[in-house]
Design a protein around this ligand. Structure first.
Ligand code: FES
Length: 153
């Protein structure tokens, strides 16, 4: 499968990997077909994405997509962030092979799920947007700090 240089760069050096402490919104979704899982955490300030991080258990395209989606989302208003779509992400990555286009929906939908989580928690359930693809929204609970403490190795 041929990947663009941009895809390879974001796969080899993914941006914004990890998990924010005390995130304002958490989106965790699973692809019903391939089983890949993506988790995004966002920090919101003045209705904008102030920071965003991701963890992806998935294919190389899904990792590159997550990295690109976090770059595109930073600084956008929440309403702009949920409008980032599969085509824009694929274009920004210099194209994706046809078979891997669905992976870009995993990225945009994980971001939507995180923003939806923020809206639900902050009294705006009417703003919640549908996911683009058939993804399983998983319980978006914060991970316990103890699981990540250095003492536990
Ligand atoms: Fe599952 Fe790419 S094959 S997200």
């Amino acid at each position: 499968m041929n990947y663009s240089d941009i895809v390879m760069d974001h796969f080899m050096n993914p941006r914004n990997v990890g998990e924010l402490e005390n995130p304002d919104g958490i989106g965790q979704i699973g692809n019903v077909n391939c089983g890949d899982i993506m988790r995004m955490t966002i920090q919101v300030k003045d209705n904008r994405i102030a920071d965003v991080k991701f963890k992806t258990f998935g294919c190389g395209a899904a990792i590159a997509v997550s990295s690109m989606v976090t770059e595109m989302a930073k600084g956008k208003t929440l309403e702009e962030a949920v409008r980032i779509n599969q085509d824009e992400v694929a274009r920004a990555l210099g194209g994706l092979p046809e078979k891997k286009l669905h992976c870009s929906n995993l990225g945009t939908d994980a971001l939507k799920a995180a923003v939806n989580d923020y809206w639900r928690k902050n009294g705006h359930p009417e703003k919640v947007v549908p996911l683009e693809d058939e993804h399983l929204e998983q319980e978006a609970e914060p991970q316990h700090a103890c699981c990540h403490s250095p003492e536990r190795g």
